[in-house]
Design a protein around this ligand. Structure first.
Ligand code: MN
Length: 195
């Protein structure tokens, strides 16, 4: 069974088509209308090895908020759908990733329940034209719709662009580990027998 999903999400604020292939190579193209977010989504695809296509049009004349939030929702929804019953995956993943002066740990449980703990403050309000607070908001929107536990901790770091990259890369690597097929088991990874 191919682990793929497509989400077509149309609202008064954004129009988003997003596709994933969990067993990809990090391919696809990302076009959100927000250069910085495309850069982060490119990093996410590259380091998760998820093929990711994003074609989004949003109300950027307001600000980047709705577009960033709704792409997070669509990405979480797509990964949740593509995982199906979650049989045979590792379920848990974690990664501590250095990027220059930054160090971030991300840990996920792709087990069908939502929790979000985020401790990665960015002192600067803006990264270029992008609102720094949208980094956290993107991942909260993702986690709520992927039905996962996501914990993100910045151990140290100063540069706003670096911190954001470090969060996207470490979370991509953690998700990659969690959605990988476990060669020792094709069972649903829960004593309840269902996730
Ligand atoms: Mn960069």
């Amino acid at each position: 069974m191919p682990r793929t999903a497509t989400v077509d999400r149309q609202t008064g604020e954004t129009q988003i088509k997003l596709s994933v292939n969990l067993d990809g190579t990090g391919g696809g193209t990302r076009s959100s209308g927000i250069g910085f977010l495309d850069h982060m989504l490119d990093l996410f695809a590259k380091h998760s090895l998820i093929d990711l296509d994003v074609d989004a049009t949003g109300d950027l004349h307001v600000d980047d908020h709705h577009t960033a939030e709704d792409i997070g929702i669509a990405l979480g929804t797509a990964i949740d759908k593509a995982l199906g019953d979650r049989a045979g995956v590792f379920r848990y993943g974690h990664f501590t990733l250095p990027m220059d002066e930054c160090l971030v740990t991300s840990a996920v449980d792709m087990g069908g329940r939502y929790a979000f703990e985020y401790h990665a403050p960015i002192a600067a309000h803006k990264i270029g034209t992008f609102d720094s607070e949208l980094v956290e908001h993107f991942w909260q929107s993702f986690a709520a719709n992927a039905n996962c536990n996501l914990h993100v901790v910045l151990h140290h770091g100063r540069n706003a662009h670096h911190i954001s990259e470090c969060v996207f890369k470490s979370t991509a690597r953690a998700i990659r580990m969690a959605i990988e097929s476990d060669p020792r088991s094709d069972a649903i990874p829960s004593t309840k027998g269902v996730l």
